[in-house]
Design a protein. Sequence first.
Lengths: 166, 166, 166, 166, 166, 166
Amino acid sequence: MTKKFPQERIAVYPGVFDPVTNGHMDIIDRSVRIFDRVIVAVAGNRPQTIFTLEERINLLIQSTTAYPQVQVTSFEGLLIDFVREQQANAIIRGLRAVSDFELEFQYALMNQHLAEDIETFFMMSRSRFMFITTAAIKQVIRFHGCVHDLVPEHVENALWEKFHGQ
Amino acid sequence: MTKKFPQERIAVYPGVFDPVTNGHMDIIDRSVRIFDRVIVAVAGNRPQTIFTLEERINLLIQSTTAYPQVQVTSFEGLLIDFVREQQANAIIRGLRAVSDFELEFQYALMNQHLAEDIETFFMMSRSRFMFITTAAIKQVIRFHGCVHDLVPEHVENALWEKFHGQ
Amino acid sequence: MTKKFPQERIAVYPGVFDPVTNGHMDIIDRSVRIFDRVIVAVAGNRPQTIFTLEERINLLIQSTTAYPQVQVTSFEGLLIDFVREQQANAIIRGLRAVSDFELEFQYALMNQHLAEDIETFFMMSRSRFMFITTAAIKQVIRFHGCVHDLVPEHVENALWEKFHGQ
Amino acid sequence: MTKKFPQERIAVYPGVFDPVTNGHMDIIDRSVRIFDRVIVAVAGNRPQTIFTLEERINLLIQSTTAYPQVQVTSFEGLLIDFVREQQANAIIRGLRAVSDFELEFQYALMNQHLAEDIETFFMMSRSRFMFITTAAIKQVIRFHGCVHDLVPEHVENALWEKFHGQ
Amino acid sequence: MTKKFPQERIAVYPGVFDPVTNGHMDIIDRSVRIFDRVIVAVAGNRPQTIFTLEERINLLIQSTTAYPQVQVTSFEGLLIDFVREQQANAIIRGLRAVSDFELEFQYALMNQHLAEDIETFFMMSRSRFMFITTAAIKQVIRFHGCVHDLVPEHVENALWEKFHGQ
Amino acid sequence: MTKKFPQERIAVYPGVFDPVTNGHMDIIDRSVRIFDRVIVAVAGNRPQTIFTLEERINLLIQSTTAYPQVQVTSFEGLLIDFVREQQANAIIRGLRAVSDFELEFQYALMNQHLAEDIETFFMMSRSRFMFITTAAIKQVIRFHGCVHDLVPEHVENALWEKFHGQ
């Protein structure tokens, strides 16, 4: 029997990651169980992020040092073109809520239209990460609340510095 | 670098399959691009199916002859126990609608509770298969409607025979 | 300019109507503003209704005497076949909630698959009828609660008699 | 200033409780912070429960001994009539998911229609209890799975005995 | 029997149409089967459209030359006032997803409050157009992706010119 | 028996209130049946409101003169910190739709994470207020539509003056 699909399974996990949270880290941790390589793709073309593209990438690199299969990079343009360039087989997306689901469904159908051979896989957020959004985390930090357990420690420090100086 | 995860990726795709539809076939077709082996697991313990467990398995076997990576089998008991026995890494589920999503979310969280190391991956139904449910197909066939394009041809024949004799 | 569509607009409003409620009556009242004829189609093939098919039809006929454009009849088999037989152009459905929406979406897509030329139109329930379901009404009546304002008066009487004798 | 509402706040927390879970216990625990008395009302008129009404009540009584403000009782008929008889001010309901929400919304609107002065309060399930349903728990126990952390210990024992004898 | 409603059925199909897509065209095509006249009403008062009001109208006029029953015009102010001025009987809206549904439900209830005699009819998007949003189309074109099959050909050309010059 | 919870039940009802509507008033009216004191907390830190913080507070004070238990105040920063400062036991939120529900669910879970002892209670909007949003009301007033029955009379006047001068 000959395999018709590439031996190496490569997935792209795209996002803005402003900043990376424990919810994102959980999806990464679970993705590497199935995929040989996971490319975390940080969207460059977004207005009004708190962290610059470079900062968002660096926070992710620091967060994923334990995963040799994970590579962090930026992308511009259509996600589907980036996925092709990387010769990846799949897109990974986390789902937290019904409203996520609907938007993601439309994206997935559009991506199927643009590239039938690239598959989107969805993973449900663990229940303890369900309520973590980067918007909520920034709001909490802004008013001196505690985001311990919600983001990696070095991200907590970076948030604190960004909002309240050293 | 040494891999900490098994080389062979095995996914279980569970369901009642009463009978298999083109929607199911699409999920199978897309799963084998990522997984080395896909075990289609037919739930035995369901009341009021039109086809017997044996018939449901046979219709699936006939539908998947083109996929050497696919194995069709029945299961009883907790899905998560079956997945373990098969030494599989993942569960595959198709999503068609928000109502699917919510129920699947609860199942996925329960399965995470029971077995943290087994991952559930969700795939969105293609738009042209979104409205296919086995209940609708049985209703259409029962009243002599056409289900061509909705199920494999030999399944159409089996449905016809089941509802209207030869 | 020649019209390519029939002058007479005929809509089918299908349902179980066990029994007709003020929510149904509102949809009928609003349908006749657009359609020349509205055929209320009572599904015959349902188990466990409180009222027989004949009773459900009679309650509807009594409820619609003020509407000369409305015709009440039963149907068996596929709705789409019944719509064709009646040479109707459209199906009317009321929507109360997201869960209605999803199921109706699947039905509408299946009906499009079976008959591209027959259109389903959805009307949102008025807010004051949003919570009326035949199941809730039967539950309330069963325990001697008041369903005035929720069903036509003769339906209230029929419900009372059905549950509590004369 | 004279108060126009009763000094004592009494809430009814209705359900089937077949059996009581840690999700239910969490709602009870949070309700007693606001209400002077919480009446857990066990629905008697349900077919196909695993535990008899008496057993369901006893499991709840054992689970709530630490709460002097909690009273466990059965009810028949319309919930709203029971609430009135108890001279309660409020109904408590837990919400886990969008599908819960929609059904509960319809119930709450119907109850408002029947009794404008009785208020329904909803509490969101804690994220760690979100996936607990009595159906899932019974399924897990049936196949010898572990429901520790999901139900109180004596309920786990009762479930085990019910499904697998001593 | 005398009719109490006008012989001519006129529907308003409002939107921003920045630009018109095949999803919009499908709704127009299906609307003219039931309504004698369909007025496509282009909202003028929107910030940040890619095409000017005049361009959006012209693209629609070019797209609807085959439909003598369709008239394209702009509107300002409350939709319900515009509908009255046009002596129309109905508003047409397309639905793609649950999130559309909820927002449209609120609009429809508000419009019922403002004008009880004007009816909103909803049509479900065909499954092959479900994922088409003007935002997605603009994103795809911006990065040189293909939107063939998603918009009429002259709209594709206009998008290309707008984003990438001739 | 000694009570372990404070005798006085204090709830915070937070919002932007730009301006207060009859939907908000209904929630206030229903809250005071259960809580000894209801603190209406007007969010100060919001861009692009039509009314200034002071105006929004004044419109609320005028609207709640009949309720001696209600206190209107502004808050800045994290809601949960404000609730603590006020020594309140609970947060009150109204729900109109599934999309409200999801966002509120995430807020409630985040607030549980930040302060386990403060409870969020949800009340479903009455059906006749379901479609009232401050955005819709401002849109209607802007184009000289009627918002009578949707907001208190003095709010209607204030809106009229704000949009159209005296």
